[in-house]
Write a protein that binds this ligand. Sequence first.
Ligand code: FAD
Ligand code: NDP
Length: 415
Amino acid sequence: MGFPRYQLLYWCIQSGVRETVHYSETLLLRRFGSLTWTSIHPGNNSYLGIRVFRRPNAHMSDEQGARNGSLANGSAVPLVTPLCVIGSGPAGHTAAIYAARAQLRPIMFEGMLANGIAAGGQLTTTTDVENYPGFPEGISGFELMDRFRKQSQVHGTKILTETVESVDLQSRPFRIYSSQHVVLAASVIIATGAVAKRMDFPGAGSGEGGFWQRGISACAVCDGAAPIFRGKPIAVVGGGDTALEEALFLTRYASRVYVIHRRDTLRASKIMQKRAFENQKIEFLWNSIVVAAHGDTLLRRITLQSTKDDQKHELEVGGLFFAIGHVPATAFLKGQLLLDDQGYIITKPGTTQTSVDGVFAAGDVQDKRYRQAVTAAGSGCMAAMDAEHWLQEHEEEVLALERIPESRQCQTESV
Ligand code: FAD
Ligand code: NDP
C-alpha cells in the first residue's frame, strides 16, 4: 500500500525526522535521537514500502547513543563513497592506493585497536621485516605500515580511525557502521586480517619476564631466519598443517626441531605428516603442552607437562613457535556473507569476489595458506581492480551515489 507525499511529510514531522538523504530513487530518513534509518521507496504518485533498518549489533539505547556522541547525536550523517575499505594492513592499504588512483575516492576504516592490533595490522607487532621486496636492508614493520598509510593518503584515501561494528550487505548501497559513522558504499573491500592464536603461560607474554619476540613467535616464515634461532634447537607447538609446515621450514636454520603436540595423533594432512616424519631433524613430543618459558634477555628453556600424567620436564630451546591456528577478524560479518567453518571469508577461486555481489575480500581474512605481507598486498591490488571493474559495470549506482550530498541535515520540508 502506498501513501501520498503530504502524508509522508506529516509522518516525518510527527516522528521527528532529522535528516534525509536520497539514494537513487530511495529516500533515507533518520529520526531525532534514533539509531534507526528508514528507507522509503517512491511509487508513481506515492511512497511505497517503508523499511526501518537498525544497526545489526546496536546495543545502546537512543539516549545512551546521544550521550556517547555516537550515531544518535547527529554525528552520523552518512558518508557516501563508491568504495569502502575495511581494515588497514597491507591488503587494505594496497587496495586503497589502487582505488584512490582509480578515482574511486575510497573511505577506509582502519580500526581502533581492532582485535587488539594497532591500525596498520599484524606487521605493527613485529620488529624487522626482511622479506618484503624493495627493502634489502629490511624495514621495521611499523615503519613499513606507516609508509603504506601515507601512500594511501597521498592518493586521496579518507581514513577513519574507527572499528567497524557491523555491516548490512543485504541490499545496496551497502551500509557500514562504526560507533561514530555510517558509510553508504556502492562496493566494499574487506581486509580485516587474522590474528595468530597465542598461548598464555608464564614467560609467554611481551611484558616483563616474557619472551614474546625474544625467542617466542607465531610466524616461522617471518622470524625463523633471524640470527637468534640459527644453529639452536627450536620447538613448534601444534599438530596441524601450519605446525608441520613451520617445523619443516625451521629445519633449514635449527639444529633440531621439536614438534610439541597435546595429543598423539596429528590433525595435519597425510602428505605433510609424511614429509615431517621423514625429516631427520624433526622430533615429535607427543601428549605434551608447554607450561612455562625461561631465559635471560632471550628464551633459553621451556617447561613441558605431560597431558597423560602431568609430569613436568625442562627442554633447552632457542626458539618457540606457536602454530595453534589463526582467528580471522570476521565476527562483525556473521550472517552477511559466506564464511567457511573457521570463519574465513570464502572467495570465488582466482578472484576476490565474495558471496555478495559487489563485496570483495583480500589478505589474511580470506587466506589461511600463504599469510604473508606481500601476498596480502597482492590480493589487495586484485580486490581494488575487481571492485573497479564491478563499479564500471554498475555505473548507474555510482552516479546515484554522486547525487547524495556528502552530508545533509534533514529539512523535513525538502522531503
Ligand atoms: P592485517 O595485517 O591483519 O591487518 C588487518 C587490519 O584490519 C588490522 O589493523 C586490524 O586492526 C584491522 N581491522 C580488523 N577488524 C577491523 C574492523 N572491524 N574494523 C576496522 N578495522 C579492522 N609477513 C611477511 O610477509 N613478513 C614478515 O616478516 C612478517 N612478520 C610477521 C610477524 C608477526 C609477529 C606476525 C603476527 C605476522 C607477520 N607477517 C609477516 C604476516 C603479515 O603480517 C600478514 O600476513 C599481513 O599483515 C596480513 O595483512 P592483512 O592486510 O590481510 O591483515
Ligand atoms: P588447525 O586448527 O588445523 O590446527 C591447530 C593445531 O593446534 C591442532 O593440532 C590443535 O590441537 C593445536 N592447538 C590448538 N590450540 C592449542 C592449544 N591451546 N594448545 C596446544 N595445542 C593447540 O590450524 P592450522 O593453522 O594448522 O591450519 C588451519 C587450516 O589451514 C587447516 O585447514 C589447514 O589444512 C590449512 N593449512 C594448509 C596448509 C597447506 O596446505 N600447506 C598450510 C597451513 C595451513 P588438536 O589437534 O588437539 O585440536
